[in-house]
Design a protein around this ligand. Structure first.
Ligand SMILES: C[S@@+](CC[C@H](N)C(=O)[O-])C[C@H]1O[C@@H](n2cnc3c(N)ncnc32)[C@H](O)[C@@H]1O
Length: 219
């Protein structure tokens, strides 16, 4: 077994880290966070500002002009990706909720990125299957229903260009992946992680940060 890391990442440390990145939360992001918090416990689905900065950085690292997000919710992660897009770049957002994504639309308008974002309200698997099969996507971020992860990955992997990046959130599932007798979502994430590890289309790292983030480079 590997050494246990001693550092506990407190809220204070997250704030410190975010303040020392290139994209500290601006009023659009912090207002969106506050509005989402007001929705109640579902707000736990939103990524943190530290992960948001990493999404912007990845988007810039791959020079993304074509990005896809599976699971948009109120828009925090989409905003971070949209802001990192290269000139003329676009982000396709997949979600099933008109209600939650209405908040995202407002935030995109406010941030001046609305014209870069296309939102499709439909089961994500339908949207992904309707996309051209050529490898034109530079960056894909999966953060929706856990039972769908592998199907989303499997639709996205052939469509991501060599050198592009696939990201999947919550792959440690609050630590429950270590539990053999987990619930349906835990089993789905465990199976997803096993399949990614064996997927020779990509080179992948499961980063034990946030709630676990898979970062994969398309071969
Ligand atoms: C964890 S939240 C996404 C959080 C978002 N990335 C953020 O950082 O704020 C998951 C989202 O997936 C959406 N979702 C659930 N099942 C879906 C499906 N089958 N197809 C598309 N979206 C789905 C939900 O409506 C919800 O908005």
């Amino acid at each position: 077994m590997s050494d246990v890391r001693a550092l506990t990442v407190t809220g204070e440390l997250v704030d410190y880290a975010v303040a020392h990145g290139s994209w500290p939360e601006d009023p659009v992001l912090s207002d969106l966070r506050n509005q989402t918090t007001a929705l109640g416990p579902v707000a736990g689905m939103q990524i943190g500002p530290d992960q948001g900065q990493l999404l912007t950085l990845f988007t810039r690292l791959v020079g993304a002009r074509r990005a896809v997000e599976v699971g948009t919710f109120t828009g925090y992660s989409s905003l971070c990706i949209a802001r990192g897009l290269a000139s003329g770049g676009t982000l396709l957002c997949c979600d099933v909720s008109e209600e939650w994504t209405a908040m995202a639309r407002t935030a995109w308008q406010r941030a001046g990125v609305a014209e870069r974002v296309e939102l499709r309200i439909a089961p994500a698997i339908e949207t992904l299957r309707s996309l051209p099969t050529e490898p034109t996507i530079d960056l894909a971020f999966i953060d929706a229903d856990k039972g769908g992860y592998w199907d989303y990955w499997n639709e996205l992997a052939p469509r991501v260009r060599p050198g592009g990046v696939l990201l999947a959130d919550n792959v440690l599932w609050s630590g429950r992946v270590a539990d053999d007798n987990g619930d349906e979502n835990t089993r789905a994430i465990r199976e997803f992680n096993d399949r990614v590890a064996a997927d020779d289309r990509v080179e992948a790292v499961l980063l034990p940060a946030f709630d676990g983030l898979t970062i994969a480079l398309r071969r």
